[in-house]
Design a protein around this ligand. Structure first.
Ligand code: FES
Length: 96
């Protein structure tokens, strides 16, 4: 199990199994994330991800980087539907 901390939700911490899609982790919890396509195309699910062990966070694919480049993204920006949880992490609020 991995822990996802959500500061914008009164530091809510949720536990998810290894390999859970970040977007799916929020299915039953209040979350700072919106979504649209769920396939990595629309960019609506952008969040800031701060992994406890960065080496365990799979790097974004070329396609994810292309979508993120269309927005005012930071090096920590990821698409929630394309991130799979293999380390504890903090997730900041969805981006405008
Ligand atoms: S929901 Fe569309 S890119 Fe993630």
């Amino acid at each position: 199990m991995r822990k996802i901390k959500i500061p914008s939700q009164q530091n809510l911490v949720i536990d998810v199994p290894d390999g859970t899609a970040l977007l799916d982790a929020f299915a039953e919890h209040p979350a700072p994330i919106f979504w649209g396509c769920r396939t990595g195309l629309c960019g609506v699910c952008r969040v800031e991800v701060i992994p406890s062990l960065p080496e365990l966070l799979p790097a974004p694919t070329k396609e994810e980087l292309e979508v993120l480049s269309l927005f005012d993204s930071t090096p920590r920006s990821r698409l929630g539907c394309q991130v799979f949880v293999y380390t504890d992490m903090t997730v900041e609020a969805s981006l405008p």
